[in-house]
Design a protein. Structure first.
Length: 346
């Protein structure tokens, strides 16, 4: 049984002693004493910490509390992945968001999410800008803003470190494709490229669809004089009348010239890759001898040209609907939406 403490040492934690106004700590393992000075509060605090280390067989309570409440960026990445899975995003969009989150460097992932500062985000974005990848920097900033916004909603942080950063300036260097440019490239394609490429160029102009969606168009997608499309990037469902035309090119004439199966297929019956489409367009474009001030337009610029031409001939709302863009205005163009599908009405 331990000996009762004298009056001077009563109220002190175990192993702390007061002698002649001085406090000392006695290590119970070695019986060796260590002076702690006259400050009672400091002596008690240090003694408690040492006793915890010796007898607690674990970490101090404050460390336990902190370890349980602190969430690292890596841990939040896992939670955020579950959050975006609940948003009913298209597979392509979900994959893109996951790739952006994976680009967060390990040095940041190991940090508590509460420690991430505006400077940390600014430095990360600047790395892309300095490499000449301003468009990617803008996309990453947008994704990180959502990433930390969800952390705020979960009560993990009180401010969004992305909000204080500058939005990277993106200088548009790619030249626009004019209708005359398109006609010249199409003429060159007719001379040197296979029929399926000529047809896919025309379809891109008339429908305004993306390369990937054009390559996947199938004869089975045509019914009741309509071409049915589900955009891979957004999941938007459209039905386009075969009577749709622009610049003297009618969609029906294009589909009539296509064979069975996939509308645009190589001589071997295979679906052309997006890379092949871009390669053929580049070759046809260069053979025209045309020059542009900025970077020459790519195949994707046909989509922009389509939007501008349909806007001029019909309306802005028609063009937005055809391209699958969301629009607040509900005009006569949006006459029929069934089962999440938008039917284009001429």
């Amino acid at each position: 049984m331990a000996r009762n403490r004298n009056t001077a040492n009563k109220g002190l934690p175990p192993n702390l002693y007061l002698r002649n106004g001085y406090y000392s700590y006695r290590d119970p393992r070695t019986r060796k004493e260590y002076g702690l000075g006259r400050n009672r509060t400091l002596a008690i605090t240090e003694t408690i910490q040492v006793n915890i280390e010796i007898f607690g067989q674990g970490q101090p309570l404050i460390n336990k509390i902190n370890s349980e409440s602190i969430i690292t960026v890596e841990q939040w990445c896992e939670k955020y992945d579950h959050i975006i899975q609940q948003r009913k995003l298209s597979p392509v969009t979900l994959t893109n968001k996951r790739q952006l989150i994976r680009s967060i460097p390990d040095s940041m992932r190991k940090q508590p999410i509460t420690n991430i500062s505006v400077k940390d985000i600014a430095d990360l974005i600047s790395q892309y800008v300095e490499k000449g990848a301003a468009p990617m920097a803008k996309i990453l900033r947008s994704e990180l803003r959502d990433f930390f916004r969800e952390a705020m909603a979960d009560g993990l942080i009180t401010t969004n470190p992305v909000e204080g950063t500058r939005n990277p300036r993106q200088r548009v260097s790619r030249s626009r494709l004019s209708s005359d440019d398109f006609k010249a490239i199409l003429t060159a394609a007719k001379r040197t490229k296979p029929l399926w490429f000529v047809l896919i160029m025309k379809a891109a102009l008339v429908t305004g669809q993306r390369q990937g969606d054009l390559c996947r168009m199938h004869r089975d997608n045509i019914d009741n004089d309509r071409l049915y499309i589900e955009q891979r990037k957004t999941g938007t469902k459209l039905s386009i009348p075969l009577d749709l035309d622009i610049c003297g090119i009618k969609l029906r004439d294009i589909t009539d010239a296509c064979g069975d199966g996939y509308l645009f297929s190589t001589s071997g019956g295979k679906v052309p890759s997006e890379q092949m489409v871009r390669k053929y367009f580049l070759s046809a474009r260069e053979s025209t001898g045309l020059e542009w001030e900025g970077s020459p337009p790519s195949f994707h610029e046909i989509r922009s040209l389509s939007a501008r031409m349909h806007t001029k001939e019909r309306s802005t709302e028609f063009a937005k609907q055809l391209l699958g863009h969301k629009s607040v205005a509900m005009t006569a163009v949006y006459q029929d939406v069934r089962g999440g599908r938008t039917d284009i009405v001429l």
